[in-house]
Design a protein around this ligand. Sequence first.
Ligand SMILES: Cc1cc2nc3c(=O)[nH]c(=O)nc-3n(C[C@H](O)[C@H](O)[C@H](O)COP(=O)(O)OP(=O)(O)OC[C@H]3O[C@@H](n4cnc5c(N)ncnc54)[C@H](O)[C@@H]3O)c2cc1C
Length: 442
Amino acid sequence: MSTILFWFRNDLRLHDQPALQAALQRAQGDGTPRLLPVFCLPAEDEVSPWGFARAGRHRQAFHSATLQDLGDRLAALGSPLLVCRAAPGQALPALARAVGAEAVVCEEIAAPEEEAQVAALQAAGLRVQTVWQSSLLDPAALPWPTAGLPGVFTTFRQALERAGIAPAAPLPAPTQLPAPPEVPAEVLQAVGAGQGGALDADAASAGGQDPRSSFPYGMPASQGGEGAGLAHWAQYLARKLPHSYKATRNGLSGVDFSSKLSPWLATGALSPRRVLADLKAFEGEHGANEGSYWLWFELLWRDYFRLLHLQHGAQLHRGRGLSKAPLAPHDAQGFELWRHGCTGEPLVDAAMRELAATGYLSNRLRQVAASYLIHDLQGDWRAGAAWFESQLVDYDVYSNQGNWLYIAGRGTDPRGGRRFDPAKQAREHDPDGRYRRLWGTA
Ligand SMILES: Cc1cc2nc3c(=O)[nH]c(=O)nc-3n(C[C@H](O)[C@H](O)[C@H](O)COP(=O)(O)OP(=O)(O)OC[C@H]3O[C@@H](n4cnc5c(N)ncnc54)[C@H](O)[C@@H]3O)c2cc1C
């Protein structure tokens, strides 16, 4: 009998889940296959080195809903999700021993903390199979080895487009799962286990219904989970919004100015390959234009930051990043004013108030706010990245780290940082002051 622990990590979905497919294949060894789907909740009270919660109320609420949806889907297939209130390094070895698991199978995450988690499991004597699935494109299908990835995004994109590199088709969700093995009650207790994604009532009531929100995650259409994510994408396509995407994507406020795929992509509730396959089908039916092309362009940015992590790993998490320039001393007081939306710069303050109130911010305002902290307030970019991690419902380690490094001029791009002049940005993107008035700064 082959028993496999399937460890859900970032990607909380059943469709296009290559790691889950690998686990199912592995469970089909001799005898009766058994599969135990497990998720380890991160500690809710973890505090970042900058002195605030690592996952704030918006992110916790969106994540809880995502987990709930996954739990329901697995339960419907007869294989309930075991949710543990313990670190993976504690919970998984105990569970694996208790059920005689042959291996732990999970997705690969190329970020330092997540790599340390896998190393801890291996050190505890577990066999761990990791499967890379987080990018649209398979790193092995690229024209370069990971170590030779171009340092400039445009070079990367143009080479891919010239070579006609396309992702593999998304995999369907499994229609049945092997029954889970019995776990002794004392082991369940030791790993703090419950079943399904228990929705924390405080987190659920934390917000997400602010009428000013561009992503009201407390409303059914924007809630966490594969079901809502697929439905959101289907309605975006049905309303032919990809055609107008390029013209509207730099908007500051509203539910339709950009695709709003990020919260579901970031939690892995939606697969990028599924998104692209649907986009291609849309183009086949309704025609391609600059707008639909630009969605692919932005999804490539997402891939690029993932691949940079495969290439440079922990170096992207140092203060210096990939640059040799030392860090200026961090202005802690300026940082506090920034994160509370009290710098006196109206566009930046409005953005920071929106972020804290809703957990979402447009791309344009993320750029303006990050640039202001780094280039005007001389703040440490890592503090800003940590605040975004805490607040964003679409927090994603690769995209967050990559964008902050890019604006700080500490990534691969040799252009030495990007400063956005807030007054100019306000003139261009908020000429009548509507956005600043919405958030009480004009
Ligand atoms: C400082 C800073 C921090 C950021 N942190 C995150 C983060 O933690 N998580 C996150 O998903 N995105 C992050 N972004 C990228 C971008 O702002 C968001 O992906 C985008 O605003 C999400 O809204 P959307 O889905 O409507 O985007 P759309 O404009 O509709 O784009 C479609 C998709 O393309 C991808 N994408 C678009 N722009 C970028 C980009 N610059 N970098 C990487 N992928 C991109 C996203 O997956 C997005 O969902 C950050 C940007 C900046 C400047």
